[in-house]
Design a protein around this ligand. Structure first.
Ligand SMILES: CC(C)(COP(=O)(O)OP(=O)(O)OC[C@H]1O[C@@H](n2cnc3c(N)ncnc32)[C@H](O)[C@@H]1OP(=O)(O)O)[C@@H](O)C(=O)NCCC(=O)NCCS
Length: 169
């Protein structure tokens, strides 16, 4: 259970490639993260619409070896992946930490692994559409803010996000 995690679990978590059967656990971390870590920045209506979305094409991303999970005690506690935008550019996707373990370095670890694995497949530049709550996090990981813009959810609600960039533009 995500709710029963302790801080020792953050330190002990190992990062591995996601498997097809991780789908439910991945979405559980995503939904918990949206509701708990993003609500203050966006409010109830937006987090509810956001949490209702599945990660587009997740099974294909997993099959292509571009999605990772951090796991401890058999529990998925952080997630993240990348998409190939061009031969040298990767988009960071769905980077989330289980709320009980937020703020203890798992986000930087899984982001570093995503970048390392994308780097192994030729990517030297990284883009991220950061939620407002994640801008300072990405900035600490070497991303710079490019522009703020609207992102329309399926319900028609619009959430502001920030395009962040690492590497040559
Ligand atoms: C953004 C995120 C991936 C960072 O991962 P992390 O493991 O928490 O990263 P860090 O350990 O470096 O800590 C990040 C922040 O958590 C804060 N923090 C500390 N204790 C915390 C706690 N108990 N609960 C929540 N945040 C806490 C830190 O002060 C730091 O704040 P800042 O980035 O505003 O300066 C994670 O917080 C998360 O999943 N957020 C929700 C999803 C999200 O916004 N993803 C980004 C793509 S849009």
């Amino acid at each position: 259970m995500l709710a029963e995690l302790t801080l020792a679990d953050a330190a002990e978590a190992g990062i591995r490639l996601a498997r097809p059967e991780d789908d439910a656990a991945i979405h559980a971390v995503l939904v918990a993260g949206i509701f708990t870590l993003c609500r203050a920045a966006y409010g109830d209506a937006i987090v509810e619409a956001w949490a209702a979305r599945r990660i587009p094409g997740l099974q294909d991303v997993i099959a292509d070896g571009r999605f990772f999970v951090a796991e401890t005690s058999g529990e998925v506690v952080a997630i993240g992946g990348w998409s190939p935008e061009s031969p040298d550019l990767a988009w960071i996707r769905a980077l989330f930490v289980a709320p009980p373990l937020a703020g203890h370095g798992l986000g930087p670890r899984i982001l570093a692994e995503v970048e390392r694995r994308a780097g192994g497949r030729g990517r030297t530049r990284f883009g991220a559409r950061a939620g407002l709550n994640a801008v300072s996090f990405y900035a600490r990981q070497g991303y710079r803010e490019i522009e703020r813009g609207p992102l329309e959810l399926d319900t028609g609600l619009v959430m502001e996000h920030v395009l962040m960039w690492k590497g040559a533009r």
